[in-house]
Structures are given as C-alpha cells and as structure tokens.
Design a protein around this ligand. Structure first.
Ligand code: A2P
Length: 425
C-alpha cells in the first residue's frame, strides 16, 4: 500500500473527450469499475483507478491513454471530467509537491497487476467483458493496420456512393448497406476495422453530436475491387434495449442518406480484430444482425483471394437472425459455393423452424468446430449482440470439454495467440 503524503504527485488517468468515440470499450474492460460515463463524457474515478492499464490496448482511438501529473489532493473529480470538452493543460506543480518515489510507483503497479490477474482467473465463466473473453492482440500474421489517420482535429469528408436496404421491406428490421467513396483521400483499411461518423446537429444541451462507430463491411481493396471506397452495414434504430421507441441519431441519418451526400468520417480504428494473412488460415465467424459487417469483409477478402488461387483455408460461419428475410446479405451468402464456406444460419423467429441461436448451432457442429479449433491456423471472430458473448463462450467451452479437454487452457491459448476476438455492442 502507498502511504498518503500531503502534496503527493500522481499521474491521473484521464480520457481525452475530443478523441473518445464513446464506444464503451474502456468501461467494459476496466476490471474494477473505475470508468463510467454520462451523456457527455467517459471519465475515470481517481479514487478507484489503479493504473492497471487493462483498458489501454483495447481503446480503438487511444483517447484512454492520457496521464496528467497532479497533486493527489487536487485531482480532477468526476464532475470536472463530465464537464470537459477537451483535456486541461498540465498545471505547473507547487514547489512543495512530493514526487512519488520509484518504490511507491512499483508497489502500485504490482498491486494493479495482481488485481488484473485475479480478475482474469475468477471471471473465467462469468459473462466477461469483450476484451477479457477475447484476445487483445491480433493473430501473428495479420497485416499491420493504420489507425487514427483522421481524428476530431482532421475530419475526412467523403461521398455516399450508394445506399441499399438489405432486409425485406415489410420487416421491422431495416438494415442498410451504405457505400462511401473516399475519392483521392488516403484511407487504407483492413477487414475487422471500423470508422466513426459524425451525425449532423446537436444534442439537447446544444453540443455537437459525438461520432458513432461502425464496422467496415468491405475488404481492404474496396467495396468495388481496386476502388477507394468501403461499405457499412447499418441498422435503423427505432427502439432502445428495453423496446421503448427511440430514434437512433446516427443510424437514421445514415439510413436516409442519398447518393452524392457528404459524410464526416474519422478513423480507421481497431488493431486486434484482424484476420490472419496466410493462404491456409481458417476462420470461424460467429455473428448476429449487423455483426455480419466484419464477417462480410473477411469472407469477401477470402473469396477474392480464392479466385486468384491465393487462399485455400476453411471458412465456417454461424449467423443469427430473426428470419431469413431479416438476415442481411442473405441472397449473396446463399450464392457462395458450399466448398468455399460452411454456412450455419440460426433463425430465432422463423415460423416453420424451432428457435435457434448461434450457440445452439456451435454445439450441434461441435466435432467440426473442434477440428478447426485444433488447427493453429484457425482464428475465431464473434461480432454482434452483447448478449451472445456469454452464450458463445459457453458453447465453445462445452465443445472443448465434451472432448475431454481443458477449456481454461484452450481459452488462454486462443487469447495469447490472438486467435479469439470479440466485438459486441
Ligand atoms: P431474438 O429473436 O431472441 O431476438 P436482432 O435482429 O435483434 O439484431 O437479433 C439478431 C439475432 O440475435 C436474433 O435472432 C436474436 O434473437 C438473436 N439473439 C438475441 N439475443 C441473443 C443471445 N443472447 N445470444 C445469441 N443470439 C441472440
């Protein structure tokens, strides 16, 4: 424990509100609930944060990685942080300020490391936050991503090249495929990365809306091969998580866009949910709804490579939707050759079939899943509803334990090798 010294200087952990895209990753990742948010900002409680750094690698923008030297007694409160629109400059410290000694700093970081390690062990089966369930590093062969090329201080303006509804018009589920053209603007992306979009207008307090994050649905060489464009899969949000009617600010803006409209974009973001870059790699892709965006990107990347005889790995897809008519990309997916991708559709509200979730199908296909898991060239990607995360982990655990194997060991290996990735919301 550190001994409290008057005027002790600390490095206060703060989140840069100008860069933060409010994706909630840090709050989900923090093992000790030091991070919270209001409608304006994500903030760090100085009385709880132990500088364990668990939140730093998963942050897509780097907004989380800010440390200001302050006298502990004058540390910024949550109220201070909620009110900020930018980080304060570092203040000059008073002459009587006492720097933390190297020993004290080491003790704090040892405590923090122990807290993270404890959390990792005890939370093995408890519905973990994304980063605890999955890897915080990409597979070793992943291509190196560019991140943060465009930021709040340097926003890209791009043009809508197309906007198509993917789900049947008579269903409640309006999911759109939106193509953005970057023209001459350099914006290199990889499958699994995301961008963020600024909806126009202001919130109830008159502040400009924050950017909203969307996964890219097209491969690295463009929605149209060798064009500087990319696509997004966007669901029009009309209700909140409890089913109460709300109008999603950015999703409605995007779904209403017309060809030729201009859109403000920042990014790219994401340096872990990346595909292996090997011809003989295998992908197990598990998604629901718009979580299909990165899976479409990866599948299309592999399809283009296969055409050039540059890919011969196995693809296995578990895709959850209410009905076939509400499953984005249903038509194109069904046209893919059976020997190219093994497609498993989990329909939860089909009138003629029993309710199925992706985790049910993983269990049904346990032998084939296990065979792929045992191949070191296999990576697993999970994207979609937050609720599926625990279910998928449980299904993988049952699959592995059903073969008499040790799940915590397999799970730890998948994470340390960057082979298991979650992106849920
Ligand atoms: P449900 O019919 O129970 O809502 P959505 O259309 O809302 O984006 O959902 C996509 C699919 O994910 C639906 O089939 C939905 O089923 C399913 N789903 C909902 N909760 C879970 C969960 N906890 N695990 C897996 N799938 C889920």
């Amino acid at each position: 424990m550190t001994v409290e010294t008057p005027n002790r200087v600390i490095k206060q952990h703060l989140i840069d509100p100008e860069i933060c895209i409010r994706c909630n990753t840090c709050e989900e990742t923090c093992p000790i609930d030091a991070i919270t948010h209001d409608s304006n900002n994500y903030v760090v409680d100085v009385d709880i944060c132990n500088s364990c750094m668990a939140c730093v690698p998963p942050c897509p923008t780097g907004a989380i990685d800010n440390w200001l030297r302050v006298v502990a007694a004058d540390a910024y409160s949550l109220e201070d942080q909620y009110s900020w629109s930018e980080l304060p400059a570092e203040q000059e410290l008073p002459a009587e300020a006492v720097e933390t000694s190297a020993d004290e700093a080491a003790a704090v970081s040892d405590e923090a490391a122990a807290a993270v390690a404890d959390n990792d062990v005890t939370s093995e089966l408890e519905g973990l936050p994304s980063t605890a369930a999955g890897a915080s590093i990409p597979p070793w062969s992943a291509a190196h991503p560019y991140v943060n090329l465009y930021t709040h201080k340097n926003i890209a303006t791009v043009t809508v090249a197309g906007n198509y509804r993917l789900t049947e018009a008579d269903t409640d589920n309006a999911i759109h495929h939106i193509v953005l053209d970057f023209g001459e603007l350099p914006f290199p992306v990889l499958e699994g990365q995301s961008i963020a979009i600024f909806p126009p207008g202001t919130d109830e307090q008159g502040r400009a809306y924050h950017a909203r994050q969307y996964s890219i649905a097209s491969p690295r060489d463009g929605e149209r091969p060798n064009y500087n464009n990319l696509s997004l899969t966007v669901k029009r949000v009309t209700t909140d998580y409890d089913g109460k009617p709300v109008s999603g600010v950015c999703s409605n803006y995007l779904c209403d866009l017309q060809k030729g409209d201009k859109v403000k974009v920042i990014g790219p973001f994401g340096n872990t949910f990346l595909m292996p870059n090997l011809p003989h790699s295998n992908l197990i892709m598990i998604c629901t709804g718009t979580g299909s965006a990165p899976m479409r990107a990866m599948t299309e990347r592999c399809r283009r490579l296969t055409k050039n005889k540059a890919f011969n790995g196995k693809l296995m897809l578990f895709f959850g939707a209410r009905t076939e008519r509400e499953l984005p990309y249903f038509g194109p997916l069904m046209n893919l050759p059976k020997d190219f991708i093994d497609i498993n559709l989990a329909l939860s509200r089909a009138s003629d079939k029993p309710k199925r979730y992706v985790q049910d199908l993983i269990r049904e296909r346990a032998d084939d899943v296990l065979e792929l898991l045992d191949d070191a060239n296999t990576c697993i990607y999970v994207c979609g509803l937050k609720g599926m995360e625990t279910g998928v982990i449980e299904a993988l655990k049952d699959t592995v334990e059903g073969a008499g194997r040790n799940w915590p060991e397999v799970h730890a290996q998948l994470k340390s090798q960057g082979r298991l990735h979650f992106e849920t919301y």
